[in-house]
Ligand binder design. Structure first.
Ligand code: GDG
Length: 737
């Protein structure tokens, strides 16, 4: 793993909807003031940890909307700001429209509140293009671009198209919904969104569920195949993974006893006396479950009258979008419910609910976090929810308990909290009582466990983790760099061929001499290819070897009248022209009887799949099975096989194109190729293949000859051919026609 100061990037370009600074007039002068938020401080602290650039230029460049004057204001030597100007008319339909009235509700599962309006989508496209224009002005070779959130889904795709080699990450801060929800978007929008996101090399989500929903949506919308978290897109890969965002733990933990916080605490304690405090703080939003939270509190007061006069619930709602009708109505309803609860239970000396519609200063929030006996966080859906983490970070001196909605990303990490379903008013009411009566030692134990986790995986580790993954994918990309055969190389191959007289051809069958087809029996050698191979084989200076995973019987039917050596079952069997089949060596095959019942079970559980029983290996074919079910079964099969393999380390599992093959490690195409090569003093060797088993062949030949991989996957071969149809062009080099 690389450390941050060891990253391969010259600069990090952050693109997010908003810039991390606002322009504020102080004493008659405009000054840039840093906006609050973990992401902003994590990214800005990176600038100090990265190696300084030789020319002293900024390491972090931030692109986002904001006051245009920020362009010329220096916030730090390490950070540059570049405001994007989106005309108000576009922004209304883009930000207020598509972002907040389409994506936000739908991705939080509020279908009925989702607006589907083509003009919103058009504005979204325009705005993403405006961001792209800004990126174009700024981007230099060696930069890493990190795009954030749902306002910029299309941007990674636009950058990838213009700069195919760029290094890019994308992080989504809100949930990614299940495909059933996502598919409600018109197809054109869906395709644009996923093509956009998958433009990045690494796509991050808060939790594994969102990652899996995304991968599934990509598969079903764009048809890209995937292996675990890697999505294959034409000639590149995109890795989707979970990176649960953390908080600046120390900042919150250490703020609990500052003079300002202590001062606030004094006031709160004076007000509370010996009453217990329940606390919540959220932006005004329908996803936050504000009304059901109030109902749950009301139910708690009904069910547990022993808490009357002894508890106060302080609900802080931070103003947001209250110019919009739905939000105004939500606010009205909250106020009515608050009034009703207070009206019902208040006495001269006790008000059960204190509702505040305002944002509170940092130290006041820390004071309340620290003093609250219960943090009540009940969103109906939330990507992560940082308030829950901040509340836990602020427990010290005495311990409160967190009651947390299972619909938040945070619930997967904070499982020592009391986890509730926010729509279940009874359960939440019970949880409140449980939290209030929980013994001090138990609260301490639970809180300390959660604090350890939050301290370890804070927002700085989160950033490092994401950037490290980007670096790893960059390495992969380097390996993936394909070296297409060009005319110069072809001329060199032909030249060498003409000057030599002991030539060896090692050629794979499926995917190399014939295209991959859905029914393997239909992969027959066509006449033209057969004719060229016949010519090659008939030259007395040439030895042609067909080296395949197929059975000997099949190869015989295809090469009946061609003077070729046939190698079957990945090198287990071979037959020289006119001779009988021979085994490379005697191999114990008793393991097969253990695996057959296992594979039969998988055939029953995955309709359309089948077993092929070869001489020395067993193959499970799932080409004709439902792809989703097969993917599920493969994961189980991997586990089952590795269990059996523990007792038999001489076996190997090969995962090919829609097949899983179990075979002995004692033979492979490489071992066979080495043996053939050692039989004579070849002065020209060429090996051509397409799949993983051919990698052994390429490794065996290495720089003793030319190695060619069909397709653009990572390979040990020296050259790549874009697709199988080009094989004839290569073979014709060796005939006179
Ligand atoms: C997105 C996702 C995901 C709130 N009120 C006050 C105040 N705050 C601070 C909190 C906290 C932040 O605002 C809100 O946290 P969220 O987790 O809701 O973050 P958002 O940026 O709104 O939302 C969310 C997050 O991105 C990160 O990826 O967790 O799921 O929707 O830090 O402390 N701070 C002060 N006074 C307030 O009144 N000082």
């Amino acid at each position: 793993m690389k450390t941050i100061d060891n990253l391969d990037f010259k600069r990090i370009i952050i693109v997010a909807y908003r810039l991390p600074f606002s322009l504020v007039k102080k004493k008659g002068e405009y000054q840039a003031v840093q906006n609050a938020g973990g992401l902003v401080s994590a990214i800005l602290s990176l600038s100090q940890k990265m190696k300084p650039s030789d020319d002293g230029s900024a390491k972090i460049v931030w692109i986002g909307t904001g006051d245009q004057r920020l362009e010329n204001i220096s916030v730090s030597a390490a950070v540059e700001l570049h405001p994007v100007d989106i005309p108000k008319k576009v922004n209304d339909k883009y930000y207020a429209g598509f972002c907040n009235d389409t994506i936000w509700p739908l991705f939080h599962y509020f279908v009925s509140g989702t607006v589907f309006d083509n003009s919103y989508f058009d504005a979204y496209v325009t705005a993403n293009e405006l961001f792209f224009q800004k990126v174009k002005e700024i981007l230099k070779p060696g930069d890493f671009v990190w795009v954030h959130d749902y306002q910029l889904f299309l941007l990674p795709g636009l950058i990838r198209k213009a700069y195919p080699d760029s290094d890019m990450g994308f992080f989504l801060h809100i949930p990614f919904p299940s495909f059933e929800m996502f598919r409600l978007l018109p197809r054109k929008w869906r395709e644009a969104i996923l093509t956009g996101i998958t433009g990045a090399d690494v796509v991050g989500f808060h939790i594994n569920d969102y990652t899996q929903y995304f991968i599934k949506s990509v598969k079903r919308t764009l048809g890209y195949s995937y292996d675990r978290n890697f999505i294959s897109i034409n000639y590149r890969i995109c890795k989707a993974d979970a990176f649960p965002i953390g908080i600046d733990f120390n900042k919150f933990h250490e703020a609990c006893f500052t003079p300002k916080t202590n001062n606030s605490k004094k006031k709160i304690k004076k007000y509370l006396g010996d009453k217990k405090l329940i606390f919540s703080v959220d932006r005004l939003d329908y996803t936050k479950g504000l009304l059901v939270r109030l109902q749950a509190y009301e139910r708690f007061l009904e069910l547990f009258p022993e808490w009357h006069y002894k508890v106060v619930f302080n609900m802080v709602v931070v103003p947001s979008r209250d110019m919009i009708r739905e939000y105004r109505e939500l606010k009205k309803e909250i106020e009515a419910t608050t009034g009703r609860i207070n009206g019902k239970y208040s006495t001269l000396d006790w008000r059960p609910l204190i509702y505040q519609y305002r944002s509170i200063p940092f130290h006041e929030m820390i004071a309340i976090y620290n003093l609250s006996d219960v943090g009540l966080i009940t969103p109906l859906r939330d990507g992560m929810n940082l308030v829950a983490k901040e509340y836990i970070a602020c427990q010290q001196g005495r311990y409160g308990m967190l009651v947390l909605s299972e619909m938040t990303g945070a619930a997967t990490e904070l499982n020592e909290a009391i986890i509730i379903n926010p729509t279940d008013v009874e359960e939440t009411a019970d949880a409140l009582n449980k939290a209030l009566i929980m013994p001090e030692e138990e609260k301490e134990k639970r809180v300390l466990k959660m604090q350890n986790r939050l301290r370890r995986y804070d927002v700085f580790t989160w950033t490092k983790d994401f950037l490290n993954q980007v670096n790893e994918v960059k390495e992969e990309k380097r390996k993936l760099k394909v070296n297409y055969l060009n005319n110069d190389t072809l001329a060199k191959i032909r030249d060498k061929y003409q000057k030599t007289s002991k030539r060896l051809f090692l050629i794979d069958y499926d995917g190399t001499l014939t295209p991959i087809v859905s029914i393997p029996e239909m992969a027959l050698l066509n006449e033209e290819t057969g004719e060229i191979l016949r010519k090659i084989a008939s030259d007395p200076f040439n030895k042609l070897v067909i080296i395949s995973g197929r059975s000997g019987e099949f190869l015989e039917t295809q090469f009946r009248d061609i003077d070729a050596t046939l190698v079957a079952e990945h090198g287990y069997l071979f037959r020289n022209p006119g001779k009988e089949w021979e085994q490379l060596q005697d191999i114990d095959l008793s393991w097969k009887s253990k695996f057959i019942p296992l594979l039969e079970d998988y055939v029953d559980r995955c309709s359309g799949s089948m077993i092929e029983d070869k001489h020395a290996s067993l193959v499970w074919h799932y080409r004709n099975a439902d792809e989703d079910i097969a993917q599920l079964r493969i994961n189980e099969l991997r586990d089952d096989i590795s269990e059996l393999l523990k007792n038999d380390p001489r076996l190997q599992v090969l995962e090919g194109d829609k097949v899983v093959e179990i075979k002995s490690l004692l033979y492979d195409k490489g071992i066979m190729a080495n043996r053939i090569i050692s039989e004579d003093n070849y002065d020209f060797i060429i090996a051509i293949g397409d799949d993983r088993t051919d990698e052994d062949l390429f490794k065996a030949v290495a720089d003793r000859g030319f190695t060619i991989k069909i397709g653009c996957k990572p390979t040990h071969a020296s050259f790549n051919l874009k697709d199988q149809s080009q094989i004839l062009g290569i073979l014709r080099l060796f005939t006179n026609s």
